[in-house]
Design a protein. Structure first.
Length: 497
């Protein structure tokens, strides 16, 4: 993943003790609530030299449509200040929001704020929606941005996806983001809510989405998606969570803090607004979310980015006779920094009946296993991949993951398990009045390795083996959800030759 799309790269962390410091750069679909009324705080926008009149007009028109919806989804910004939109042709597929502030008594005043973006990336409505929405929303938190990437970037990305789902039809992009949990870039789909179980991976646990040298971690795209899923899950529980959180945060004394003190205050506020996620208290649920963790061990890690690939995402592709491994290998050094794995790999693909349906071997470049794990298959179902990689100094790792071929996930909960076993899922939905309704269903895992629960979501699902306590809690998006109750590591290593 050498090209990042639509992500805000950090210029540095807020230093609360410094007079001037640089800052780090679900809801379901359209809200039934009216757009927010005029407020006393508002961002205004101007342009740095380098834009053409046509480009400035297109961006101005976009902001006129999108900004009121941003306010409705995220609440009014913390402060009023101008944001300069700067053309930067050195950026390739990413944008960021550098800003600085000064301390005035017990308050902070923004002295400079910019959105830096390549004009080529915002040349059409899709690009403007994709890049500008996220970066402008960062301005809503300035100068009280949250230190932790999983909090600031995750909350911003969650809001960005919700806003995009509402703005897209107004731009004539009806098919762009039918599901606010889904975001497609680099030809790959990382669906925040649909794949939240797969994205809840230990390799996403880190204090920052960026390495010590400020370079993005190779799994940064997945970190954004997982962090967005984190905050969007709270929106499922409390539809106005994001504006409610921001309004309280802007008034909290903790907004002037940093580090662990700030992190504790952020989580205390979140827990106050959403005391429990499903039937699990907030603190316990947070402890189970890997993207909120502080780090992961050194070594080689396999990260499966999409266990329901694009070919199986919609009914148009259901039944597609191809299973693919959309995954990456990450090499973590002793300092905790991550690099894309470069080296030899072997991949084996096992079908639902236990038959090996494909093998591949070669040398990975850039960590991506996309081209190593594609195989035609005779029928839809859940397929297991086993990957062996050898690193420098004799280190090696063998890990597995799931992929689903030809099975539509939209409107369903798909549970990967052992054929013949039974699975129970309790679905909880919340209506406009806040009333929660729960329904429990049981299904048998079919011969293809999948139990299908129709008519799922939007809401939450608690899933586990029948007759036992649930072992997984996942949000269910418009696009459905996918949960694996067994791991892929059980595929015998001897299957790889």
């Amino acid at each position: 993943m050498s090209v990042l799309v639509g992500l805000a790269l950090a210029a540095g962390l807020l230093a609360a003790a410094s007079p001037v410091a640089a800052a780090v750069p679900s809801g379901r679909g359209p809200s039934s609530a009216p757009l927010a009324a005029a407020t006393t705080t508002k961002l205004t926008f101007d342009f740095a030299p380098g834009w053409t009149t046509k480009q400035e007009t297109a961006i101005t028109d976009f902001i006129a449509i999108a900004y009121p919806i941003m306010v409705d989804v995220y609440g009014p910004p913390a402060a009023s200040f101008p944001v300069t939109i700067v053309p930067d042709t050195t950026l390739d597929g990413w944008a960021y929001f550098p800003n600085s502030w000064r301390q005035v008594g017990n308050e902070r005043v923004v002295i400079k704020a910019e959105v830096k973006v390549n004009p080529a990336d915002v040349a059409d409505s899709t690009g403007r929606l994709h890049f500008l929405t996220h970066e402008i929303l960062h301005g809503f938190h300035a100068p009280f941005a949250l230190d932790a990437s999983a909090d600031e970037e995750g909350m911003t990305e969650a809001a960005s996806r919700i806003v995009a789902a509402r703005v897209a039809p107004l731009l004539g992009l009806d098919g762009y983001v039918a599901d606010p949990s889904a975001l497609t870039f680099n030809g790959r789909s990382i669906s925040a809510l649909v794949d939240s179980d797969a994205l809840n991976d230990p390799v996403l646990a880190a204090p920052s989405f960026f390495n010590s040298d400020k370079s993005p971690r190779p799994q940064v795209n997945e970190m954004y998606a997982a962090a967005a899923a984190y905050w969007m899950t709270l929106v499922v529980q409390r539809p106005r969570f994001l504006p409610d959180f921001n309004a309280a945060w802007y008034q909290s004394p903790a907004r002037l803090t940093s580090g662990s003190e700030q992190a504790g205050a952020v989580q205390a506020l979140a827990a106050e607004l959403v005391p429990s996620v499903g039937r699990i208290d907030y603190a316990t649920w947070r402890g189970e979310q890997q993207v909120a963790g502080s780090g992961h061990p050194a070594g080689i890690h396999l990260l499966c980015t999409d266990i329901a690939p694009q070919l199986a995402r919609t009914s148009a592709f259901a039944g597609s006779p191809t299973v693919l491994l959309d995954a990456d290998l990450v090499l973590t050094d002793a300092s905790g920094d991550d690099r894309a794995y470069e080296g030899p790999v072997k991949v084996s693909i096992e079908g639902p009946g236990g038959t090996i349906v494909g093998k591949a071997s070669g040398v990975v470049s850039g960590g991506s296993l996309y081209r190593f794990g594609t195989s035609p298959v005779s029928k839809p179902g859940a397929y297991r991949f086993l990957v062996t990689a050898s690193g420098a100094g004799g280190t090696a790792a063998t890990e597995g993951c799931w992929a689903i071929a030809g099975v539509r996930s939209a409107g369903r909960l798909l549970v990967v398990g052992t054929p013949g076993t039974s699975v129970t899922a309790t679905f909880s939905t919340r209506d406009a009045s806040g009333t929660v309704t729960s329904v429990t269903k049981t299904q048998q895992v079919a011969a293809d390795g999948i139990a299908i629960f129709e008519g799922a979501g939007p809401g939450l699902a608690e899933v586990g083996p029948a007759g036992a306590p649930p072992t997984k809690l996942v949000p269910v998006a418009i696009g459905g959800a996918i949960v694996a109750l067994i791991t892929a590591d059980t595929l015998a290593a001897a299957a790889i030759r």
